[in-house]
Design a protein around this ligand. Structure first.
Ligand SMILES: [Zn+2]
Ligand SMILES: [Zn+2]
Length: 356
């Protein structure tokens, strides 16, 4: 079962030339969960190899404009295309009020819109996985989301099964599903006799905007991937605290304490370009990445390896290298990955990153 994260928007508060505001797509098998929908998310999807697919679900972390402004426009486009698939939007309390105001923007829809307000501690059970809603600290009601897969059955021991006289065929499948089976000679074989210890599923944790929080640390314990607010450098830690955000250093300390496998920092202040955020965090937690828009993270089952950054992995063909020559040209955020990208032309020394 494939599981990955697509970073469609990695900027905090305001868009920059290279980064769009918050939007992260979680893909699990054929399922698509969009977490936050900053301004321009529909265009980010169109530019990506994914396209503006009819997302069934959007999860909002909170109601600062940099996390939802893209939603009314995207919803309008869906309507203009005559979408009929229902759309469910989840978010902390205040969702209905927000949509009361937004309704004037998107007007009448061709599809059913369902709004679901969620509270910390709520769990959406989806069988193979669940979505846990947890509290974050951002000064206003804000939620984080964890995708937690159920444990998987242990490895099937073919030799043990054959040794017990289980014939190849449907009984193998039944045992793998955890059922006890009856053999032709009247003996029964229990799954525990042929299955190894059950194996953990994967866990993704997305905080949205937050200060460092002990509660987040608990939720993130042993997560495969923690996507955390990394708005500022440590030199701006007071500002981070005032505005309800986290520094790269503090996020790295939290990730180390929680024993996560990979830390992903996002929601960068427009004062920063990425490499300096990554450098600071890696002094404490080396398994840190700071993705650009259209980067992806693949999350294999633990026994198949560690989570892996795929640079520009979600770029559409025409946005990628093919038509534009070498990386680092004007092809977009794929860049070189070095310190030289996002040159400080037009850098705003004041920054405008406090509000988001
Ligand atoms: Zn924000
Ligand atoms: Zn915010």
């Amino acid at each position: 079962m494939d599981l990955d994260l697509v970073f469609l928007g990695t900027s905090g508060s305001v868009p920059t030339g290279r980064r769009a505001p918050a939007a992260t797509l979680v893909r699990r098998g054929g399922e698509r969960l969009l977490v936050d929908c900053g301004e321009g998310t529909q265009r980010q999807l169109l530019r990506s190899g994914i396209g503006l697919v009819e997302l069934p679900e959007v999860f909002l972390t909170h109601y600062h404009a940099d996390h939802y402004l893209g939603l009314p426009g995207m919803m309008k486009t869906f309507s203009l295309r005559g979408r009929t698939l229902p759309l469910t939007v989840y978010g902390p309390p205040g969702l209905s009020d927000l949509f009361g105001a937004l309704a004037r923007v998107f007007g009448k829809l061709t599809y059913r819109l369902q709004l679901v307000e969620l509270h910390p501690g709520d769990v959406l059970d989806r069988g193979e996985y669940r979505i846990e809603v947890f509290r974050v600290q951002h000064g206003i009601g804000a939620a984080g989301y964890a995708l937690v897969e159920a444990e998987r059955p242990g490895r099937f021991d073919l030799e043990a099964a054959t040794g017990l006289g289980v014939p190849k065929g449907p009984l193998f499948g039944a045992l793998q599903r955890g059922e006890t089976v009856l053999l032709a000679d009247g003996r029964s074989v229990a799954p525990g006799q042929v299955l190894g210890p059950s194996r953990p599923g994967r866990k993704l944790v997305l905080t949205g905007d937050t200060r460092p929080s002990g509660e987040v640390g608990e939720v993130a314990r042993s997560a495969d991937v923690l996507v955390h607010d990394g708005t500022f450098l440590d030199e701006e830690r007071e500002r981070a605290d005032e505005t309800g955000h986290t520094t790269a250093l503090a996020a790295a300390e939290l990730a180390r304490a929680a024993g996560v496998r990979m830390l992903v920092l996002t929601h960068l202040s427009n004062r920063y370009f990425g490499p300096e955020i990554a450098r600071e965090a890696r002094t404490v937690f080396p398994e840190t990445i700071v993705p650009k828009d259209f980067d992806m993270v693949d999350v294999p089952f633990p026994e198949r390896g560690a989570p892996r950054l795929v640079k520009g992995g979600a770029l559409g063909r025409e946005e990628g290298l093919g038509d534009h020559g070498a990386a680092g040209g004007d092809a977009g955020p794929r860049g070189s990955g070095g310190d030289a990208d996002d040159p400080p032309v037009g850098r705003d020394p004041v920054g405008a990153s406090a509000g988001g």
